[in-house]
Design a protein around this ligand. Sequence first.
Ligand SMILES: C[S@@+](CC[C@H](N)C(=O)[O-])C[C@H]1O[C@@H](n2cnc3c(N)ncnc32)[C@H](O)[C@@H]1O
Length: 287
Amino acid sequence: MTKSNLFYQNYDLLFQSKDYTREVNQILNIYRRKNQKTPRRVLDLGCGTGNHTRELAKIVPHVTGLDIDPLMVKLAKIKLQPFAKRASIINLPIEKLPLKFKFDLTVALFNVINYISTWPELVSFFRGVKTHLTSQGIFLFDAWNGVAALTDPPRAKSWVVKTKLKTIICHLTASSDLWEQKTSLTYDLEVRTNGKRKQDKYLLLQTLWTPFEIRSALNFAGLKLLFCSPLGQPQKRATVSSSTFSFAAIFGFISIIGLLNLKIINPQKTHIVRVANQPTMTCPLTP
Ligand SMILES: C[S@@+](CC[C@H](N)C(=O)[O-])C[C@H]1O[C@@H](n2cnc3c(N)ncnc32)[C@H](O)[C@@H]1O
């Protein structure tokens, strides 16, 4: 990922078509249906500029926004100032969050897990989530459907956002690598303000996890998949052609594999895991 001031400054305008209020209501309803109450403590993991965090802070007593990107955290802190009593924003990875933090609900929304590059890192991200989840807690997240994205890779698109003060022109191009299961997104930005023009680029590398890889990483981390649906349609069942998925996971049984002495060898390249007393297993990431 390369830093681009224009991308950060204009993030909320670039993605203004996302309905954060609706997403948060839907998420809270899923929680309420399962637990018959509103969650007290919520973690917005990968909070970005804090749009879900703010919507959550309007409803639940305590929200924590967590992001590894200091520039996102800076913007989220400003946005959450009016909710200082109910919300805090922290610049840390989930694995480093102090243990005293436990949440009834953790969300990681808008492809946060696609930022993770390797399968072992995905497992440790999920382990971090589990460590901070209360025993009745739910973890809700979304992700690209890697199978659909690899068979029908993301295409170039352009869009323009106009406000009273400026015009933003964004050209998004994507190039995908089947064997690495990655797509590289380039946001070419031009911002016009009072006759002045600024240009900038933002590069983002996303890993196209398949549903199987996600489910097995959850299992390894001791989380159990509750459902996988097309994005924002929790009542429907995901199909191979759904381009983006919503997932819900709960405290699972610690998998037998997790109980054994798990050693991950050469995680960057091979994704081979060796489990004591078990044959070597290969994760289907590499061809
Ligand atoms: C596409 S943005 C989504 C932000 C926000 N959830 C939204 O919906 O607008 C993904 C965010 O996830 C953050 N992120 C990626 N990997 C992360 C990790 N391991 N821990 C915390 N944040 C992470 C990125 O820094 C980025 O801000």
